[in-house]
Design a protein around this ligand. Structure first.
Ligand code: SF4
Ligand code: SF4
Length: 371
């Protein structure tokens, strides 16, 4: 299958300073160490030979547990002219001066983008103001700075208190910090997660526009077991079809060359997993509609977890299958263009201003505080 990726995402470790309930990878302080640094360096070098790859992401678990090794890896990636980004829970940004100090050295090594996560689950382990410190320090350095806040119906996260900080708001208003509210998804956690009707409708509406999955076949993800995935989905470990082999046995280039054809992946890339599910239900109405699915990866997990869906689609593919494949192939021929340091920010922009974000977060809560 022809795959032209733009990003290499290194899931450096499943070890984390937190142990959030429903963490997508079940991360915790007890998880074993992750990919050896020398192997990560090798993957960056291999990605440099694939000219379409423009971005290298360091994530986890918690990639800052790598300590100074993270700086060295960022430098290696920057030396290969990659745009570099981290994803972190911000545990190290205990004050604004501490955050500035830590990010200054990373910035000098070539770091260009900072992504943070917070929300009710994270806040049990990491104070939300640490995330604010980190995001402000990143924005001050001119990096693309993004904060994702998890949301679900019973969340007691005080979004208004998190956002009501003059310095932080100044950056959010100016667009130098991008805030994103995203559904906290069900994994193997203990707590029962549910979403408000209003939020589910909003998410379903968004997905029904036929928005494709922008990361499938575009983001190469290396997990701590050094398996290569072809999307950056939260459900990567729960969808075996998203992995194309072991990097302990083959190079990235070899695995890409051997990746099997899969029309369903092309379809999801172009129109999202909801399109596949809708079509399969036309063929076989007994396929049930999953309830309470907010996140698109949740729908994708359902599509891949239910063999009847893919069997139905492959038995009677849609009439426009050839058109979709042509659209995919023609898209590959288009230049990716210059990926600059505001790449992440532009991709997710459109979250709205502070007032709209507060309203959106209220809508995600069962005890709506709307006035
Ligand atoms: S901070 Fe992120 S990686 Fe760590 S346990 Fe929580 S969700 Fe998982
Ligand atoms: S929607 Fe599917 S293909 Fe896309 S990121 Fe999520 S799990 Fe991966």
């Amino acid at each position: 299958m022809l795959i032209i990726p733009h990003t290499l995402s290194l899931i450096t470790t499943y070890r984390c300073t937190a142990a959030c309930d429903h963490c997508c990878f079940g991360c915790s302080p007890q998880a074993p160490e992750g990919i050896p640094a020398s192997r990560m360096r090798s993957y960056i070098e291999q990605a440099a030979e694939i000219h379409s790859v423009k971005v290298v992401v360091f994530t986890g678990g918690e990639c800052f547990l790598l300590g100074r090794e993270l700086d060295e890896l960022v430098k290696t990636a920057a030396d290969h002219k990659f745009v570099t980004r981290f994803v972190s829970n911000g545990y190290w940004a205990t004050s604004l001066p501490a955050a500035r100090r830590r990010l200054k050295t990373l910035h000098e090594c070539g770091l260009r983008e900072a992504n943070f996560s917070t929300g009710e689950q994270h806040a049990r382990y990491i104070r939300p103001e640490y995330v604010r410190n980190g995001a402000i320090a990143a924005a001050e350095l001119g990096m693309a700075s993004l904060v994702a806040v998890d949301a679900f119906g019973d969340s007691v996260f005080d979004f208004d208190a998190f956002i009501d900080n003059a310095e932080f708001q100044k950056h959010v208003d100016a667009g130098t910090i991008v805030l994103k509210v995203s559904p906290w998804m069900r994994f193997r956690g203990e707590r029962r997660l549910a979403y408000t009707k209003q939020y589910l409708q909003k998410m379903e509406q968004h997905r029904s526009f036929g928005v494709g999955c922008a990361t499938l076949l575009k983001v190469l993800a290396v997990n701590p077991a050094e398996e290569l995935g072809i999307c950056c989905g939260l459900t990567l470990e729960q969808i075996p079809e998203m992995k194309i082999g072991s990097l302990r046995e083959h190079s990235i280039r070899e695995l890409l060359a051997q990746a099997p054809d899969d029309f369903v992946k092309i379809w999801i890339y172009l129109q999202g997993p909801d399109a596949v599910l809708r079509y399969a239900r036309q063929l076989d109405p007994s396929i049930s509609i999953p309830r309470q699915q907010a996140h698109t990866c949740e729908v994708c997990r359902y599509v891949y977890g239910n063999p009847r869906i893919r069997e139905a689609v492959m038995r009677q593919p849609p009439e426009n299958m050839r058109d979709l494949i042509t659209q995919y192939v023609q898209g590959l021929a288009m230049p990716l263009g210059e990926v600059d340091s505001k790449f992440a920010a532009r991709v997710v922009r459109g979250g709205g201003d502070v007032k709209q974000l507060k309203q959106l977060h209220r809508e995600t809560r069962f005890k709506c505080q709307c006035v």
